[in-house]
Design a protein around this ligand. Structure first.
Ligand code: 7TS
Length: 425
């Protein structure tokens, strides 16, 4: 996918700051005004990101020019769809520096990728008395599949604690590792606290204990360079829609030897080699894990999104987000009665907070009327909410196209909400 001329300039510029105006030019949705002519400030990127024209065009092109099923049709459009679908796999492998395309399984997203591992790997390699280590900051999608597996196998979930500053208690985590540990399932970046976990170190500790490691990359892969070989992880799961791509597509990266040993997850067409009357054999990797007609258009759109992010520069995106996050935290903490959760030194742009006397749902509805989109709720992290001593939080989450003006719009809206709710009017 050809980057826009504006982003093309930035790619060559190395360590220059990200040209946010040029980036915003690529996102049609950001230019609208809502309610009473309020500029839209979209600060709900951890839930899902907006899509640039380059991605939207890739989807339209697929449907207008070569919509066909893949790996079967012996005609012009079928060949083109298959070629683009498989090029997308190569782009994905490059994006996370996987050894090759056999390591890349396309799924519907992070949730499906983790379920795939819990079913196909977990049901084979986790048994009675075995242990699965997770952390207290996991999204439900990296906890519930392990709970189901543990209940089925009489295995045990152990949850490593979060310290006061929002970082993982590494000493406790090390103490939990033992010969009974089968897998460590850890988020790379918390969708609540923004904490970036030391995944390379966790992987190396897990490996020394003879355990596997799965990294939930839903909030990391979209925001900074992730190299699965450098991290030395066994599994990495992430979603297209959080990285400027379409919904309904995602990735499971896995080591080849693990994929070889694992049983299929879904079965039927596409994933077989030979089908006899009473048994079947499986297709080569990664097709053994891609039963049925895949989400062709959205996988192609996801690869266009990766190419877009590469053209802007993942380092540049991360630097921009970290700077804006520090600015946002400083600005928000000037607001009386506002408390930000999480103080990890290594962090990204998911900023959760509470405001005295205002329920997070009321706050998010109020700031919405001021044009600001944030999220409120337990953020699919109920165990973490319990540890924070709250039932819900408000969260602003940032991405490459956000600007300080939007932080100001949020701060002003919260101040206005404070006055509104204290007067009870
Ligand atoms: N893991 C993390 C760390 C996440 O933040 C999310 C989604 C998921 C897994 C699940 O991803 P999915 O694409 O399969 O749904 N997080 C959020 C959020 O923070 N607000 O809405 C969705």
């Amino acid at each position: 996918m050809k980057p826009s001329s504006t982003t093309e300039k930035k790619t060559r510029s190395g360590k220059q700051p990200l040209d946010v105006d040029a980036v915003r030019g690529d996102f049609p949705v950001l230019h609208q005004r809502i309610y009473d002519d309020k500029p839209l400030a979209y600060l709900d990127n951890a839930a899902t990101s907006q899509k640039p024209s380059q991605v939207i065009r890739a989807l339209v092109e697929y449907y207008e020019e070569y919509n066909s099923n893949v790996h079967r049709a012996l005609h012009f459009m079928g060949d083109k769809a298959t070629a683009r679908y498989e090029e997308s796999r190569a782009s994905t492998a490059r994006f996370i520096n996987a050894p090759g395309v056999r390591n890349i399984v396309f799924t519907r997203g992070t949730t499906e990728s983790i379920n795939l591992v819990a079913y196909s790997w977990g049901r084979k390699f986790v048994g009675e008395g075995d242990e699965i280590i997770v952390t207290g900051m996991e999204h439900h999608s990296n906890l519930v599949p392990w709970q189901i597996l543990a209940a089925e196998k009489n295995a045990k979930i152990r949850m490593a604690s979060i310290r006061e500053d929002g970082t993982l208690d590494m000493d406790e985590f090390r103490g939990m590792l033992s010969r009974r540990t089968r897998i460590v399932a850890v988020t790379h970046m918390s969708n609540v606290l923004g904490t970036i976990n030391p995944v390379r170190e966790i992987a190396s500790e897990a490996r020394s204990a003879g355990a596997c490691i799965l990294v939930d990359g839903a909030q990391s892969v979209p925001h900074f360079p992730v190299d699965v070989q450098d991290l030395d992880c066994d599994f990495m799961a992430f979603s297209s829609h959080k990285m400027c791509g379409p919904t309904g597509a995602g990735v499971l990266y896995a080591r080849e030897e693990l994929l070889e040993e694992m049983s299929p997850f879904l079965s039927g067409g596409e994933m077989i080699s030979k089908v006899r009357d009473d048994h079947s054999t499986w297709a080569e990797l990664p097709y053994k894990f891609e039963a049925g007609t895949p989400n062709i258009a959205d996988v192609i759109g996801m690869a266009a999104a990766m190419e877009y992010l590469e053209s802007v520069g993942l380092e540049e995106i991360h630097r921009h987000e970290v700077e804006l996050t520090h600015h946002a935290i400083r600005r928000l903490e000037e607001i009386p009665g506002l408390k930000v959760f999480g103080r990890a030194p290594e962090r990204g742009g998911a900023i959760s907070f509470e405001v005295d006397g205002i329920h997070p749902h009321d706050l998010s509805q109020y700031v919405d009327r001021e044009g600001v989109a944030i999220r409120a709720g337990h953020l699919c992290a109920q165990p973490l909410m319990r540890r924070l001593g709250v039932s819900a939080v408000s969260r602003a989450s940032l991405y490459l196209y956000n600007r300080p003006e939007e932080i100001e719009q949020l701060a002003e809206a919260i101040l206005k909400a404070g006055k509104f709710f204290s007067h009870g009017s």
